[in-house]
Design a binder for this molecule. Structure first.
Ligand SMILES: Cc1cc2nc3c(=O)[nH]c(=O)nc-3n(C[C@H](O)[C@H](O)[C@H](O)COP(=O)(O)OP(=O)(O)OC[C@H]3O[C@@H](n4cnc5c(N)ncnc54)[C@H](O)[C@@H]3O)c2cc1C
Length: 402
């Protein structure tokens, strides 16, 4: 059997097969996933699903019947162990499957704490898969004590859920401030204040030295010499692109599986999309870890696999939900040299990232209008005068016409 094989049944893999069929591809199509469930959305894993407010069925991106109706052979609980690019085959659970074209949508893997500092103790969790979250759910009991390691979005979202469920939360961030890698100090300040107001104990510039316990984690020693009693630990210290298969197949790797502007890897019959891939961007390479990127890039790759010649141009946006605050981010803030604050009512505010006179990105908190207009301006390459943006009396919509 030959045709198209897609490895990785997540956000990008699901979008890729759907787009192939939408574009009229009628050949054999196989989607292989290591997880035992059909493709699902991950964002609720650290938000509504973890909180218990979202049912399992609502996580699935498409009903399982979709794949059958579309003639997609969906193999779940099946981890591909190797690719042979010269024979154009993949090996999964002892079966060898042939392909004409192959797409890798293998996502990323969470960084874990080494066993030498207690990373393998029971009660130490990461937040990547449904299985991870189901495993930690029982620990979220009223009065339990959790240590969250890492003050990025995943750690902060988990902190918000835990605190809402009555868990005592301590969050340590090794860097000087939470969100340091991804946001301006203004955004860090906003979320620090928000969490502190909900009783979360945020400790910045403090790392984890080691976790302690006999089998089960019971305490944590921090780098500032303090020791905390804990019932469980959530590790949110970042992810790495899952390049294992690609490396084994000899594909070029450069902060992810390196693809060209069309999404093709260093092997002309193999493509990649989503978290696992890095693509050309403004003279360098970029890898994005977000749902919109996974969908848009996968759809673009699908069209190119069918003979298209569409260069992938990302339109970055992201969101995070914490308590009753929705953060929406448009653009990429890399290289910013100043922040313009646009005040709003109550908890609503937006921070506008500029490099010189050029608008790069917007972080909007409970300000969907600021986000939407910022996004449209960035996508149109328009940079409004910072003084105007900072004036809450100016109707932002007028900026779009300028
Ligand atoms: C808790 C959490 C919250 C998030 N919140 C947000 C958010 O608010 N907004 C946002 O934009 N993004 C968010 N993200 C990021 C977003 O979910 C990812 O960017 C997106 O899922 C990437 O899609 P993907 O298809 O590239 O990878 P994935 O969805 O990770 O799918 C990859 C799949 O490939 C499978 N796989 C890997 N290797 C093999 C193999 N050898 N054989 C078979 N299968 C294999 C994996 O098991 C996995 O199922 C969040 C992520 C997490 C974990």
């Amino acid at each position: 059997m030959t045709g198209i094989v897609v490895i990785g049944a997540g956000q990008a893999g699901s979008s890729l097969v759907a787009e192939l069929r939408k574009q009229g591809f009628e050949g054999d199509l196989t989607l292989i996933g290591a997880e035992p469930v059909p493709p699902y959305q991950r964002p609720p894993l650290s938000k509504g699903y973890l909180l218990g407010e979202m049912a399992l069925e609502r996580l699935f991106l498409r009903p399982e019947s979709f794949y059958e109706e579309q003639g997609v052979s969906l193999r779940l609980g099946a981890e591909v162990s190797s690719i042979d690019p010269s024979a154009k085959t993949v090996t999964v659970a002892g079966d060898v499957i042939c392909y004409e074209q192959l797409a890798l949508t293998t996502g990323s893997v969470p960084r874990r704490l080494p066993a030498s500092i207690g990373g393998d103790l029971q009660g130490v969790f990461v937040v990547r898969t449904l299985q991870d979250v189901d495993a930690m759910a029982a620990s979220f009991t009223d009065g339990a004590r959790v240590l969250i390691v890492g003050g990025g979005y995943i750690g902060l979202e988990a902190a918000a859920v835990a605190s809402k469920l009555g868990v005592h939360v301590t969050l340590v961030e090794m860097a000087d401030r939470i969100l340091q890698r991804v946001a301006a100090p203004e955004t860090s300040d906003y979320f620090r204040a928000l969490h502190t107001s909900h009783g979360v104990d945020i400790r910045e510039g403090v790392g984890l030295d080691r976790l302690l316990g006999e089998g089960q984690v019971t305490a944590a020693a921090l780098t500032d010499g303090t020791q905390l009693d804990v019932d469980f630990v959530i590790v949110g210290v970042g992810i790495a692109p899952d390049t294992q298969l690609a490396e084994g197949a000899g594909l070029e790797i450069d902060n992810g599986i390196a693809v060209d502007a069309l999404g093709r890897t260093s092997d002309p019959a193999i493509w990649a999309a989503g978290d696992c891939s890095s693509f050309p961007y403004r003279g360098g390479r970029l890898r994005l870890e977000s749902v919109p990127n996974a969908i848009d890039q996968a759809e673009c790759v699908a069209r190119n696999m069918l003979g298209g010649s569409e260069e992938y141009v990302p339109k970055p946006w992201f969101w995070s939900d914490q308590y009753d605050v929705k953060l929406q981010i448009a653009g990429l803030n890399t290289g910013y040299d100043r922040i313009i604050t646009r005040p709003g009512d109550g908890q609503s505010v937006s921070f506008w990232y500029y490099q010189g006179d050029a608008l790069l990105a917007v972080d909007a908190m409970n300000d969907p209008r600021g986000y939407m207009i910022g996004k449209r301006l960035i996508e149109a390459g328009k940079s409004p005068d910072p003084g105007v943006v900072a004036d809450p009396g100016v109707d932002l919509k007028a900026l779009l016409k300028a």
